[in-house]
Every structure is written in C-alpha cells, then in structure tokens.
Design a protein around this ligand. Sequence first.
Ligand SMILES: Nc1nc2c(c(=O)[nH]1)N[C@H]1C(S)=C(S)[C@@H](COP(=O)(O)OP(=O)(O)OC[C@H]3O[C@@H](n4cnc5c(=O)[nH]c(N)nc54)[C@H](O)[C@@H]3O)O[C@H]1N2
Ligand SMILES: Nc1nc2c(c(=O)[nH]1)N[C@H]1C(S)=C(S)[C@@H](COP(=O)(O)OP(=O)(O)OC[C@H]3O[C@@H](n4cnc5c(=O)[nH]c(N)nc54)[C@H](O)[C@@H]3O)O[C@H]1N2
Ligand SMILES: [Mo]
Length: 771
Amino acid sequence: MSTKTEQQPSAENPEELNDLKLTKPYTWAAGIPGVTAAFKDIFEETGVLRGTGALFKMNQKGGFDCSSCAWPDPDDDRSPIAEYCENGAKALAEEATLKKLTPEFFAENSVIDLALLSDMDIGKKGRIAQPMYLPKGGTHYEPVTWDDAFKKIADKLNGLASPNEAAFYTSGRTSNEASFIYQLFVREYGTNNMPDCSNMCHESTSVGLAESIGIGKGTVTLNDFYNTDVIIIIGQNPGTNHPRMLTALQKGKENGAKIIAVNPLFEAGLMAFKNPQTAKGILGISTQLADVYLQVKINGDMALLKAIEKMLYDAELKEPGKVFDLDFIGGKTTGYTEFINKVKDFNVDELCVAAGVPVEVVQQAVDLIKNKSRIIICWAMGVTQHQNGVDTIKEIVNLTLLKGSIGKAGAGLCPVRGHSNVQGNRTMLIYDKPYEKQLDKLKEVFGFEPPREHGYDVVDTIKAMHNGKLKVFFAMGGNFLSATPDTGYTADAMRKLKLSVHVSTKLNRSHLVHGEEAIILPTLARSDKDVVNGEEQFVSCENSMGVVQMSKGILDPISKDLLNETQIVCELAKATLGSRSVINWDKYAASYDAVREEIGKVVPGFENYNQRVRLPGGFYLPNAPREGKFETDEFGEKAPFTITTLPHNTLADDEFMMTTIRSHDQFNTTIYGLQDRYRGVHNERRVIFMNEKDIVKAGFKAGDKVDLFNYFGGEERVARLFVIVHYNIPEGNTATYYPEANVLVPINSVAKKSNTPASKSVIIKIKKHTE
Ligand SMILES: Nc1nc2c(c(=O)[nH]1)N[C@H]1C(S)=C(S)[C@@H](COP(=O)(O)OP(=O)(O)OC[C@H]3O[C@@H](n4cnc5c(=O)[nH]c(N)nc54)[C@H](O)[C@@H]3O)O[C@H]1N2
Ligand SMILES: Nc1nc2c(c(=O)[nH]1)N[C@H]1C(S)=C(S)[C@@H](COP(=O)(O)OP(=O)(O)OC[C@H]3O[C@@H](n4cnc5c(=O)[nH]c(N)nc54)[C@H](O)[C@@H]3O)O[C@H]1N2
Ligand SMILES: [Mo]
C-alpha cells in the first residue's frame, strides 16, 4: 500500500517531453496508411479474430453502430466489406481490448500513482471489470458488490437536503433506451440537474437553430450530399473526426459539387481524399476536395460570413432575382428588410481583414455560390466553441435563407455531431432545460410530478460543486474532469463532492480526481453482446441526420460482472426510491422493448418504435424544416433573419489567440497514440502550433520549450511544458491539443445563450519554460 499523502495532480503534468518528430503535413487524407494504422491497432489490442469479426459488423444493418462519431450510414448501398474508417477501428480496438483491470490491479496501484500517469497511459490500462469503491481517506480503490455500491449511492442521494444537491451527467454514447430510463429516474428522484457533453459541444447549434428554424438539429440527409452544387465546411476536420463523411464528399464531387473549406489550418481531409475502400483509392488516386480554401483567422468566421453576404448583395443588385431567392424570402422568412439594410452598409474590405482572408479569395467562394441554391453548410466545433458561437450559427442561417437553401433536395444545414448518440440523448429528454410539454407528457404517461425548475448544465454544475451546492455527482460515461474547461478549478470542484460516481468502460482521470468517496460502475460498451435473461438484446441510436437505427454488439463481454447502463439505472432507482417510486423498474431492466414501448408514448416521432427500429436501416425522425416548414416559438411559421454583431478579437502585443483541437490519434479525452499523422506531428502532444513570423517576433525559435498562460478574469492559469511547432496558421493564432490545454480555458469564458465553454478562442501569453 502506498503511504504517499500528497494530493494527486489535476491534469497531466510531465517533467520531460518526448522526442518530437515532425514530417511534412499531408495534403490528402485516408488511403493505405489509414487502413494499415487501423488494423495494427485493432490486432494488437484484441487479437485477429475478435478484431476482424467485429470490424465487419460495424455500421452494417443488424450490426453495431460505431461509437466514434455520429456521421450517418448510407441508407441503401453500404459497402459489403466494411462501413468503418481508420478512427472507428481505433475506437473499437480501444473498447474491445482484452486487458482488464482486476481488483489486484487496483490493490497494486494507488489512486495517486495512477494519477501521475499520462492520460494515454491511464486509458491503455484496460477495461474496468467489476464495481470499485474508494472509501473516505482511502488510497486505493477496493472491489465492492453491485448491491453495496447501489446502497452507498442511494444512501447519499437520500441523505441530501434536496435532490438539487445532486447532478447527473451524460456523455454521448449512451443509447436511446438507457438515456430515457436515466432521465426518468433522475426526474422521479426530483431534479433537472442533467448536464451533458452536448453543453460543451453542439449546444450553440441547438440553441441557434431552435430559435431560427424551430428545431435544434440539422436539415439535410446523406442523399442531399450526392446531388448538390456547393458544400461549405466551416470549422470541422472531417478527415480525422468524421472520416466516413469523405466518402459522401467524394460522391458529391463526382456528381459536380464544389467544396469551400473555412478553417485556420489546412486540414488534409479537406484538401483531398484517397478512398481506402475503392480500387482507385488503393492505387493512390485521390479526389480533390476543397475548390476554394478560406484560411480564416480563429473566430474570423462571422466577419467572413458578413463579407460573403455583402458581396452576394452587390451581385444581386447587378442581376436582380438571380442571386437571392426572393420567393423564399417573401414566403418563408421574416425580418429581411431590416437585415438587408444592415448588409448594405457592410464594408467588404474591413470584413475581409477581420476574417483574415484576401478579398479576391472570398470572391472566388462567392462566385461559386452566387447563382446556386443547392448549397449545404456543414460545421462543427470550430464554430460552436466561441463566445459568439450562437450568433455565428444564426449568421449561417441568414446566408441559407438569402439563398433559399433549406427545405429542398441538395440543400440545407448540416451541423456534424460528435458523439455517436449525442443527438439521441437530447431527443430522449437528457436536458437541463426540459420543455413544459415534455414534462407534462412524462407526468401523463408515468403518473409522477416531474420537477419543473431548470437544472444545471456543465459549466453551472462545476460552479455549483465549487461553491458547495452540489454534493453528489453521477456520470453516465465520459471523462468530466478532462473534458471540461479550467481543469484546475474543476478538479478543486470535484474534490469538494461528498460522492462521485462514474459508470464507465475504461479508466480515466475523472476516477482519480474524486469526491470524499468515489465509485466506479463498469458497463458494457457498444460492441459488447448485451444478454438479458438469456436473450441477446439490441439498443438504438440517432445519428447526425435524425435516423434512428438499431445497434447490436457482438463481442463477448470482458467480464461476467458488467451490467448494461439500463440495468444500472433501474437497480439504482430501486435502491434509491424504493416504495416511493410509481415505476416498474424491473420491467425495463428486463427488456429494451418495454422501454421503447414507453418512449413511443412520450417522444413524438417514435410511434411504433419497436416495429420501425427493426426495419433494415431504421427510420427517419420528423424534421419540418427539411420539408420547408418552420415553426419557431417567436415567429410562428416564418424563419427569422437575425441581426448579429461582429466579435472584437483584439489582442495585446504579447497575446495570442489559441484554439484547442483534436489530433488524429484520439477520441476526445481517450488518447490512442501520439501520432497526428496528417499534420506531421509525431511522438508528442504537448505542442503549440505557431506562425513563423510570430515565433520570430516573440523571440523564440521552433523547438523551444514554453509555458502557456491565461489571465481571464484576473486569475492566472498556466499549462507548463509545451514545444513550439512552426505551422501554417494565421498570424496571431495558435493551436494546441485538447485536453492538455484545457487547464487554460476559463470557466467563465462561455458562448452567450448556450453556455458552451469557448475552448476555440482562448487568449494566451507564451513564456520561456521554467522548471
Ligand atoms: N477520431 C475522432 N473522431 C471524433 C472525435 C475525436 O476526438 N476523434 N470527437 C467527436 C466529437 S465529440 C466531436 S464534437 C467531433 C468534433 O469534430 P471537429 O469539430 O472536426 O473537431 P475539432 O478537432 O475540435 O476541430 C474543429 C476544426 O475547427 C478548426 N477551427 C478551430 N478554430 C476555428 C475557428 O475559429 N474557425 C474555423 N472556421 N475553424 C476553426 C480546427 O482547425 C479543426 O479543423 O468529432 C467527433 N468524432
Ligand atoms: N478544450 C476543449 N475541450 C473540449 C472540447 C474541445 O474541442 N476543446 N470538446 C468538447 C466536446 S465536443 C465534447 S463532446 C466533450 C467530451 O466529453 P466526454 O464525453 O465527457 O468525454 P470522452 O472523452 O468522450 O469520455 C471518455 C470516457 O467515456 C467512457 N465510455 C466510453 N464508452 C462508454 C460507454 O459506452 N458507456 C459508458 N458508460 N462509458 C463509456 C470511458 O470510460 C472513457 O474514458 O469534451 C469537450 N471538451
Ligand atoms: Mo462533441
């Protein structure tokens, strides 16, 4: 047993860097290196048979849904070989691993010893195989029975002065069935404190779109990509984070579409694609993707969109009725006159300077779209994670409305979601601000009075932990500490808890920075067989385009001591609520069909859920804007133009704007390896990408070791030991990897209205590294 008494570190904090190796950044994505990298990982972790068998079932009808991203599967012609990508294969390798964490492992490794490891090394230890408990003052997790674990949690929950002293987090992998049961328990227990990963992800999208088009989701289907004129991709790196999207882009290009990329970095997967699943790709023949590449400054997107609108307006003046869709504007929108009066006064030159893109290059993009209306606009974290994220999304909608590019084939809005069921979680009522009518429905179907007061989202949860208002934190998946902003502040917050509980597949830092007592409950992963009462069951998920599909794991679970997430919630509900509950939890623990039956009664669009989810390819949820119909709270059947303001991204001489991005070798806080192959960065993640001129101006050279500082709100945050990499990024801008740089993201720097941490625009100072 360890006798150490010092506190465990809040974040990864190495004393030495690895031997960084740099190679030339790629100008295309996927192809053979992608495939070999994927197979190497999966065979190493799982063995040949377990690995290949599972890969061939991934994203096939009747197989399991890849847990790596929410990109949809083709409705009809799925590749007979495999509908997976390199990063899906790595995600599978990570969860299908044969390594497991036994009670002996936890007896040998103290919490502090584990916390001293890197995030990658923590994650590579293996799957959690039995419930574990860390007593008050304990140094090591100890095995605990399921019954004791539920009793300990129930006692704590029942001992609180109010249910609002507990919060229940969800990460986006949880199935529809488990999510629905989870929120049902939390609401019967009595709180809406349901923060979820969406709060840090596409919340700006959900808020912005709900207000402007009446639904917080995208409007396109995969088929729209195949027959469209222009695809605009803003702040998204599909080559790494949604590789199967490249196949759709390629198909679109083959049918004549043009692509416009908007990104401060030249990302390989936006430039060209060698499809590893076609003969051409295997021979190394690539499809060019972006026709115009707009290298914006970080958060220059708003200025860019406004410049484009003004240039379109000027073109419309020259060719009236040929650029704007006046019928659409007249029939389906509101606020046009006021909006266009503002546009008239925009100064294109100033806007292009603010965006960081030369006018001539913006003009090329405008020329591609001006006489087209089959336009799809895609976006992800490069747009949502800024203080003005909601406004930028509304500006994207403005552009779409001017062009009438919504509610018709080959056109529409495409926020590309992250976690594979993050969109489904919200549809299943995982939300801290539920609508009255949803709560009324729960009451009508189940017969209890759900709490009406809105709960805490992620940022408010952290603050409430910090100020002592929250005492119990329960997480359904995820890695709350490492995924959230301001790691030091959040760690302090988590250490103030009475109890922290994580339902997890793999060990992560959130298990190691814990409350007074802590519990880890092990669960099945997406690829695991889910057998209940001797019968193999399936769950279902909703992808980024609103298709609900079944997912059935095929691998034998690593341990007999795992419960599925629904069973965990049902047992916890019984232990906590006992005879107070009006719900038959055993019925739901025994069968997902029984859960789906109830979802069909509560959530619109899920009628006959059990029949329809069994159809090959699943079913589409209703989506009014896709049919050209709007229904907003404020403007009825019209979609409003929104007047937004330009952000002021001013920096002092010694300040830089930092964005935090994903490497090619990670899934959020799970670090697969140290290679960011496409960007040519190998063997080290603690790098800061800088423009060559900035490096010289600041008196550094590439390869120098530096410390990064942030002073938001008068407080100093520091992330030590990064190495400078010279990279093609706009002047004044820098990039680092998430989660290593989360230490610097201020808890109070959030998007207006969505409260999403502004982790893509962090102002930093860079100083020479000191020990
Ligand atoms: N393999 C893999 N797949 C994943 C994930 C993963 O970690 N690994 N994560 C999943 C999740 S939860 C999500 S949300 C998605 C995330 O998918 P993405 O949103 O693609 O992920 P990020 O790496 O955060 O990067 C966003 C892109 O925005 C650019 N960018 C940064 N700042 C700005 C800006 O101010 N303006 C513009 N225009 N661009 C900017 C970056 O250069 C980068 O190319 O991927 C999902 N899929
Ligand atoms: N600076 C910065 N911060 C960011 C971002 C950024 O771009 N920059 N991105 C944000 C975004 S978009 C997101 S979505 C969040 C992600 O935040 P989270 O969703 O909280 O983080 P993950 O790393 O995806 O969670 C990984 C853990 O989930 C558990 N897990 C995996 N599969 C399952 C499962 O099937 N069931 C259960 N119960 N557990 C499972 C494993 O134990 C694993 O360690 O991070 C956010 N944080
Ligand atoms: Mo995400």
